[in-house]
Design a protein around this ligand. Structure first.
Ligand code: DUC
Ligand code: ZN
Length: 460
């Protein structure tokens, strides 16, 4: 079955141009003036005045994850339904074995959680939260299983690695051509500040959360990881970058010749830390995530960094909890499960606050949401571009179909959105996943299945 998307603007990482797209089965066959090449029975879909983006890739999700004695509201079923509804045709989730478990066990567990349940294509990064010779040996199996990217944490006792282990793990990854993302926050100083805040009677206050985790302690951890990476002489990825001090460290490393990739998320671009001071616990706690939301100046610095390419990707860190789950921390801010829903709203938020507000170009949005994650995580050119031979993963974005975001109307099981009442410029009209219509008129068709993606090495 062939389909022609007729009359839209095809967006790429460097330009956008009016062109038709001919889809044959799961693949894109031609981009340009294609009607003369299409068979008489091809389905012609009018997408005039819409932007056609390569399917968005969200390289940072946490579905079906146990956190702080509870489990995320979204599993792979609801999480990927939410994803595809928002134009995300590929997610990469973090497989997460516990300390003491093998990577193979973590991978098997994540396949059990995801396989047969996904509405978009999916892959896994592997979390390294322990380091020894056995884990090093297992890395080869991970590459054979299509896992070429990893993650390490500089915070959280359950995940934390020592500088020595980070150094050794980075060396082992370098040998194999893997890339690693880092959650950068200084664990020890944060623990000390939590103890101080509790001792001063601020345990029940949500505003203690950002006070415990200031920007400088993120920047310290960014600097430490980058210096360790410098010693190993290997590229690294700084995930969910939130502030200008961290950006300063990233740019300093680039100036001395290091390859550093940086990610940020819509919540750090659009929201700010004043939300933690809302007197209503339900509202304030709904924004708790780590690292926390920062200042408006930091958000402005992130937009500028995205513009000049210091930040290359915008993912979501989707890690959703209901407001009831956030209640777990009513008396102790450290027990509020950390994380925000976001996988469903990223495209519309970045288009509205970025492109329509003239902060970034369409091409920059395309690079940050599609092309760069595809290259960074070994999916390009199968994903991340609308070109002959690529998967027909296409977002049809109607820039005139404004609407208001309402948590109650979203597919995520979080039941709320941190962007409640936000007026979008335009919306995701339809989404094709490998040529099949997954979203039609903003609604899930329900009959498209995602596949596991065996990823290659980084090509960014
Ligand atoms: N931060 C969060 O807020 N949630 C999940 C993991 C993380 O790093
Ligand atoms: Zn995360």
């Amino acid at each position: 079955m062939k389909t022609v998307l007729r009359g839209g603007f095809v967006v790429s990482g460097h330009s956008s141009r009016r062109a038709d797209v001919l889809i044959d089965g799961e693949k894109i066959e031609k981009v340009g003036h294609v009607l003369s090449d299409a068979p008489w029975d091809a389905q012609v879909v009018d997408v005039s005045d819409c932007y056609l983006f390569p399917g968005f890739i969200d390289a940072h999700t946490h579905f079906d994850l146990d956190v702080a004695g509870t489990t995320t509201a979204d599993d792979f079923e609801s999480g990927t339904r939410a994803a595809v509804r928002g134009g995300t045709t590929t997610i990469i989730d973090f497989a997460c074995p516990n300390k003491g478990e093998t990577l193979a066990h973590g991978l098997e567990l994540w396949h059990k959680k995801a396989d047969g349940r996904c509405s978009c294509d999916y892959g896994f990064h592997m979390t390294i939260d322990d380091w020894n010779e056995n884990i090093e040996r297992e890395l080869d199996d991970m590459f054979a299983a299509g896992i070429t990217s990893f993650k390490m944490y500089l915070t959280y006792p359950a995940m934390l690695l020592s500088d020595e282990d980070i150094y050794r793990a980075l060396k082992a990854l370098k040998l194999r051509g893997g890339v690693c993302g880092f959650h950068c926050e200084n664990a020890g100083a944060i623990d000390a500040r939590i103890a101080e805040l509790k001792a001063s009677g601020r345990a029940a206050s949500v505003s203690s959360h950002p006070l415990a985790r200031p920007a400088c302690l993120e920047a310290e951890a960014v600097n430490r990881v980058l210096r360790i990476a410098q010693a190993v002489d290997t590229p690294v990825i700084i995930v969910h970058t939130t502030n200008s001090e961290a950006l300063f460290e990233i740019e300093a490393a680039r100036k001395r010749g290091q390859t550093v990739y940086a990610e940020t998320c819509p919540q750090y671009l659009l929201l700010d830390g004043s939300l933690y001071y809302d007197p209503d616990f339900a509202i304030a706690s709904s924004y708790v995530c780590a690292p926390p939301l920062r200042s408006r100046d930091d958000a402005a610095a992130l937009w500028a960094a995205l513009r000049r390419g210091t930040v290359q990707t915008v993912s979501t860190d989707h890690c959703s909890f209901t407001l009831k789950q956030k209640e777990l921390g009513r008396d102790d801010f450290t027990k509020i499960p950390g994380g925000l829903p976001g996988v469903e709203t990223r495209g519309e938020l970045v288009y509205t606050a970025g492109v329509a507000a003239h902060k970034i170009s369409l091409a920059t949005m395309c690079r940050a949401l599609s092309e760069n994650p595809a290259k960074l995580y070994g999916l390009f050119p199968r994903k991340g571009v609308i070109a002959p031979g690529s998967d027909a993963d296409i977002v049809v974005y109607d820039p005139k179909a404004n609407h208001v975001l309402r948590g109650a109307e979203l597919a995520s099981k979080a039941g709320y959105t941190p962007f409640e009442g936000f007026e979008t410029v335009g919306s995701v009209r339809s989404v094709y996943l490998r040529g099949a219509l997954a979203v039609d008129g903003g609604k899930l068709t329900g009959d498209v299945r995602g596949e596991y993606l065996h990823r290659e090495k980084c090509s960014l």
